[in-house]
Design a protein around this ligand. Structure first.
Ligand code: R5P
Length: 238
């Protein structure tokens, strides 16, 4: 029987508003202490008021979760700013798992922007491969050129690594450019495969050979499991 002395681990990604309702119902049904494990922390990309008067979604979600859960675990939350909305959030990094998946596969890892470069560096170190990030250079008022910062990727097998693929726009743009620059093959890897609005179709149409993701959101592309790193962390905080 559930008692006030028990600690409960509630696991569920927040990929839709239904998931928030479900999480709340679980919170309500349990009596004891709660550790909330949210592998994909949706709503984290709205981590600031981009337009005046907008809600900061992650602030609202953090309030709901922390009202009931003493500890919160997630995987690669979108930004430091998003993380700052929680009092006690442990953010587990799945990039080493992506690195392990591609270990010694003779590839180059590319971050689609500077913002994800540090994450990709972690994955590339484990994969034992070269890495770089795409830099946007303004040539003139009308032209922006996107090129890898340091590497020549002509004839290389490239994996674009990002924390999240949502509409797929970022990866599609990067893929087109990498093929223009002579990449032999371009794949895509991410932690959170939101893949909204037929994003997978868009990626394959742009020439992505394969999509690899973790299982923070269960998809046919979930080839990497975060279960072990999360259970290890749960044991540490329990
Ligand atoms: C950006 O900061 C993120 O790292 C992703 O690159 C971005 O959220 C992907 O979104 P989309 O797939 O809609 O381009």
């Amino acid at each position: 029987m559930d008692s006030e002395e028990d600690t409960h681990v509630v696991v569920g990604s927040l990929n839709s508003s239904n998931d928030i309702i479900l999480l709340n119902l679980l919170f309500d049904a349990l009596k004891g202490d709660v550790i909330a494990v949210i592998p994909y922390m949706g709503y984290a990309r709205q981590d600031r008021e981009f337009l005046k008067g907008e809600a900061v979604s992650i602030r609202a979600i953090a309030k709901i979760i922390e009202e009931r859960a003493g500890r919160v675990l997630t995987v690669n939350i979108h930004s430091i700013k998003a993380k700052e909305n929680f009092k006690k959030l442990i953010d587990v990094d799945a990039m080493p798992l992506i690195g392990k998946h591609f270990k010694d596969k003779n590839i180059v890892m590319i971050s689609p922007d500077k913002g994800s470069a540090e994450r990709v560096k972690v994955a590339a170190r484990v994969a034992n491969c070269e890495w770089d990030w795409l830099e946007k250079k303004r040539i003139d008022a009308q032209t922006v050129e996107i090129t890898p910062k340091n590497l020549d990727i002509d004839g290389k097998k490239v994996v674009i690594v990002d924390d999240i693929i949502s509409t797929g726009g970022t990866v599609v743009e990067a893929t087109k450019r990498l093929y223009e620059l002579g990449a032999k093959k371009v794949e895509s890897a991410c932690v959170h495969a939101v893949l909204a609005e037929f994003a997978a179709v868009k990626l394959f149409s742009a020439g992505i050979a394969e999509i690899t993701a973790t299982d923070t959101i269960e998809k046919v592309f979930s080839k990497i499991s975060v279960a072990e790193i999360l259970s290890q962390k749960i044991r540490e905080v329990s």
